[in-house]
Design a protein around this ligand. Structure first.
Ligand code: NAD
Length: 297
């Protein structure tokens, strides 16, 4: 069993650490937000007051932070992971971040003698709670194997994507497709309602027909249909519009750098940006349905 330093105990980090603990690992957790730390402590995380304290004696460090800038600060800062961890400690970043920051983290870790993997996840807060997340892991094979031994406790699928940063590449493409699917669910749901269909009956049709998707089965943006949908809780966040906009922005930047046109993602990005511009960035990203039916939410 491993001793894990976990940095970032938000919507994902908290249920992920709960599964590590259920499987016998020890977790020392750190978060800037004291309420997040209290919540994690309630399911067995040992709360600590600094990154230095978290990484002391750890077999592995996991980071689950919002954006590349937060991850860089946590690893590279004077009070950060590189400054305080032993080089024998495996470093795992499970946040979804941009390719450049991921590449910089790999090279900075290598220069300092650390093993580092990028290991972003898919499956949402429901997958995190059930321990069924898909992890996509990029890096040197021996580091990936060591990471997989700990990740098992939180995952349904562990996919070795290849070289350094390939996990982030897979995640960026996956989330672009997810958010396009979510926008498609929003348009379909509103149109179905206006054509007089019972929302449950239409969802049943779509879920066993060619419109099926993970977004349809997990995040359908209409209340009372899918248990895990944020629509059931007034669009309280499971994955904020801010973070969804970050992810589709990562795809658009990757599109620019590879000369890949992404016209549909561009439209969805504008819809998420509109949520943010109207003060709704902290709500769940499935509130994108508001773009089709302004009365929702
Ligand atoms: P979140 O905002 O709920 O949690 C992030 C946590 O990091 C917060 O508790 C915040 O206080 C903490 N934090 C920020 N800066 C910090 C710092 N410098 N030191 C310590 N703690 C710090 O976000 P989340 O929804 O848990 O997502 C985390 C990452 O996982 C993101 O990159 C997101 O894109 C990705 N992700 C989210 C989901 C989802 O459904 N929520 C699914 C897959 C992947």
């Amino acid at each position: 069993m491993a001793t894990v330093a976990w940095i970032g105990l938000g919507h994902m980090g908290t249920p992920m650490t709960a599964n590590l603990i259920k499987n016998g690992h020890t977790v020392h957790g750190y978060d800037l937000n004291p309420e997040a730390l209290d919540l994690a402590a309630a399911h067995g995380v040992i709360p600590v007051a600094s990154i230095a304290e978290a990484v002391r004696g750890a077999d592995a460090v996991f980071t689950m932070l919002p954006k590349g800038e937060h991850v860089l600060a946590v690893y590279q800062g004077a009070d950060g992971v590189f400054a305080h961890a032993e080089t024998s400690t495996l470093l795992v970043d499970s946040s979804t971040i941009d390719m450049d920051s991921a590449a910089l983290l790999h090279s900075s870790a290598r220069e300092r003698g650390f093993r580092f993997v990028d290991a972003p996840v898919s499956g949402g807060t429901s997958g995190a709670a059930l321990g069924t997340l898909t992890f996509m892991i990029g890096g040197e094979p021996d580091a990936v194997d060591t990471a997989a031994g700990i990740i098992e406790a939180m995952s349904g699928n562990i996919i070795r994507t290849g070289r350094a940063t390939s996990g982030q590449a897979a995640k960026i493409c996956n989330n672009m497709m997810l958010l396009i699917n979510l926008a498609a669910c929003s348009e379909g749901a509103v149109l179905a309602g206006r054509l007089g269909l019972d929302p449950k009956v239409f969802w049943k049709v779509a879920s066993v027909s060619s419109a099926d998707s993970w977004a349809l089965r997990t995040w359908y943006p209409v209340p009372g249909i899918v248990e895990t949908s944020a629509a059931n809780n007034g669009f309280a966040p499971t994955f904020t519009a801010d973070l969804a906009n970050k992810d589709i922005g990562l795809a658009l930047r990757a599109g620019e750098s590879t000369n890949t046109p992404l016209p549909t993602a561009t439209i969805v990005a504008a819809q998420l940006q509109e949520l943010i511009d109207t003060g709704l960035g902290g709500r769940d990203c499935s509130l994108i349905i508001k773009h089709i039916d302004p009365a929702v939410g």
